[in-house]
Design a protein around this ligand. Structure first.
Ligand SMILES: [Zn+2]
Length: 163
């Protein structure tokens, strides 16, 4: 999963290249009648604010149910908007502008980013500890530099039997 910031769009190809055994974007598979019946892609991007796992948990469950998942990769990127606000800032602005109290609506540690190593560790743990995550998956936390396009692995959670 990665952020909806257009500057982070290159992260998907970078993830495919990083692991080497992934296909993206791949090619569509057509039936004899020309209908789109599948794809050769093995990377399925989840695009969510900040690339935060809280927004992606349900999609991980659905992905496993539909086609199986081997690896979940969380990507947070440099100069992300999620580093520009705090829980206090967004909740007080919301109260003023939208006239509603969202202070207890979300788990704020899973939204704003103060430190990329912390946010990636937080999200990898969140995914690992969700009953909606299959036990066998490898989970990675990668930092994406939007200027160089470079990915740096900061967190790796690989179950012992898969290592
Ligand atoms: Zn971002």
């Amino acid at each position: 999963m990665h952020c909806f910031d257009p500057r982070a769009a290159g992260a998907v190809q970078a993830v495919a290249d990083h692991f080497g055994d992934e296909v993206y974007p791949g090619e569509l598979l057509l039936s004899g009648a020309g209908r789109k019946i599948g794809s050769t892609a093995t990377v399925f991007p989840l695009i969510v604010g900040g690339g935060r796992a809280a927004d992606a948990l349900r999609s991980i469950t659905v992905s496993q149910h539909l086609f199986g998942v081997e690896r979940v990769v969380v990507v947070h990127h440099s100069f992300c908007g999620a580093t520009s606000f705090t829980a206090e800032g967004i909740t007080s602005a919301w109260k003023e502008e939208q006239h509603s109290d969202i202070s207890s609506l979300y788990d704020w540690d899973g939204i704003a980013i103060t430190d990329f190593e912390k946010s990636l560790n937080y999200d990898v743990s969140l995914i690992r500890n969700s009953p909606g995550t299959p036990k066998h998956v490898e989970i990675y936390g990668l930092f994406y530099d939007i200027d160089s396009g470079e990915l740096t692995e900061l967190v790796r959670d690989v179950p012992a039997e898969a290592a």
